[in-house]
Design a protein around this ligand. Structure first.
Ligand SMILES: C[S@@+](CC[C@H](N)C(=O)[O-])C[C@H]1O[C@@H](n2cnc3c(N)ncnc32)[C@H](O)[C@@H]1O
Length: 294
C-alpha cells in the first residue's frame, strides 16, 4: 500500500524506522473508537501518535532516544499540531510506573519493536564468495537507528537480550491493556549471517507465553522499498519489502453482560453508518468536482 509523504516525511526519515501515519490511522480505526486511549512503548518519531491525531484518539508514546522525541515535537510545531503525550525513557521502567497509577489503562497498543540486531552499527547481509576465494561476510551501510541496548556481545547473546526486552516490555503492556482489547505489533523478518530469521514467530511465541492470544497477521507491502537481487549465480537471498503487523488480544476472563453486548452492537452499527456516510460525501464531492471541470 502506498501512503503520501505527509507529516514532514523528510524530517521523520532521519529515524529510518518511521511508519506512515495514515497506515497507523487505518489500524487504529479498526481496533478502537473515537476518544479511546492508545499506547506505543517504542514510539520513535511518532507514527502511532500521528495516527492517533488523525483518528482523534488519545495517544501515549514512550521513546528511549530523546533525538526522536525532538523530531516528533518539531514536526508537530511545523504542522501546527498539539503534541500528544510522549515520555522519554526506557519502557521497562516507565510502564511499571504507569501500572502503579491504578486509573491508567489502554484500549489498544500499536507498536513497532526495535528489531533484533537491526539497530547495530553494521548490518550483516550475508557471507559471499568469489570463485577461488574464501567466503567473507558483507555488511550493508550503517544503520540510522539507535541500538536497543549498548551490548557489544555476539549476535546470539544480542538475540537473547532482544527477546528479554520484548518479554519485559510486553509483560507490562499486558497489565495496562483492558480485557477484550487488542495489541498490534509491526515486525519484519530478517536475513542475518547467511540465515533467514522469523522474528514474527519469535514475537508470537514470547507474547503468547505472557497471555496474549494471536488472532492474525496483516502483511504490509512497503512500496517505498526497492526490490533487489542479491547473490546472483551463488545463492538465493530474499529481498525484504514487506512487514507483518501481528495482531494479539487480551481475552476477557469474565463474561460481559447482555446490556454491554447491546451497547457494543449499537456502537458498531453507528460507526459503520458514519463510515458509509463519509464515503458517500466523498464521492459526492468528487462528482461535483468532475461536473464543474466539464
Ligand atoms: C522501530 S522504531 C519505532 C518507529 C516508530 N514506529 C515511528 O513511526 O517512528 C523502535 C524505537 O524503539 C526505541 N527503543 C528501543 N528500546 C527502547 C526501550 N527500552 N524503551 C523505549 N524505547 C525504546 C528506539 O529508539 C526506536 O526509536
Amino acid at each position: 500500500m502506498s501512503f503520501p509523504p505527509s507529516f514532514q516525511l523528510k524530517l521523520r526519515n532521519k529515524h529510518g524506522g518511521q511508519k506512515p501515519p495514515e497506515l497507523c490511522e487505518l489500524i487504529i480505526k479498526t481496533f478502537t473508537k473515537e476518544g479511546d486511549r492508545v499506547l506505543d512503548p517504542f514510539c520513535g518519531v511518532g507514527g502511532t501518535l500521528f495516527g492517533c491525531y488523525l483518528s482523534k484518539r488519545q495517544g501515549v508514546g514512550i521513546e528511549i532516544n530523546k533525538k526522536w522525541i525532538d523530531i516528533y515535537k518539531s514536526v508537530c510545531q511545523i504542522e501546527n499540531i498539539k503534541p500528544l503525550k510522549i515520555i522519554n525513557g526506557d519502557s521497562k521502567q516507565i510502564l511499571k510506573k504507569l501500572d502503579e497509577k491504578k486509573d491508567v489503562k489502554f484500549d489498544f497498543i500499536l507498536t513497532d519493536v526495535p528489531f533484533w540486531n537491526m539497530d547495530m552499527v553494521k548490518k550483516s547481509i550475508g557471507r559471499y564468495k568469489k570463485a577461488g576465494e574464501p567466503a567473507t561476510i558483507i555488511y550493508s551501510e550503517k544503520s540510522k537507528l539507535s541500538a536497543f541496548n549498548d551490548s557489544k556481545h555476539s549476535s546470539e547473546t544480542l538475540k537473547d537480550d532482544w527477546e528479554l526486552l520484548i518479554k519485559d516490555v510486553f509483560t507490562e503492556c499486558f497489565k495496562l491493556l483492558k480485557p477484550g482489547c487488542y495489541c498490534a505489533v509491526f515486525i519484519g523478518n530478517m536475513y542475518h549471517d547467511g540465515q533467514y530469521h522469523l522474528l514474527n514467530a519469535d514475537i508470537s511465541r514470547i507474547l503468547s507465553k505472557i497471555g496474549f492470544v494471536l488472532k492474525g497477521e496483516i502483511i504490509w507491502y512497503d512500496v517505498s522499498k526497492r526490490l533487489h537481487l542479491y547473490g546472483i549465480n551463488f545463492s538465493w537471498i530474499p529481498s525484504l519489502v514487506h512487514q507483518f503487523i501481528m495482531v494479539f488480544r487480551k481475552e476477557r476472563t469474565t463474561k460481559i453482560s447482555r446490556e454491554e453486548v447491546e451497547k457494543i452492537k449499537n456502537e458498531n452499527i453507528r460507526r459503520i453508518k458514519q463510515q458509509q456516510e463519509h464515503k458517500l460525501a466523498k464521492h459526492k464531492g468528487i462528482l461535483k468536482f468532475i461536473n464543474t471541470k466539464i
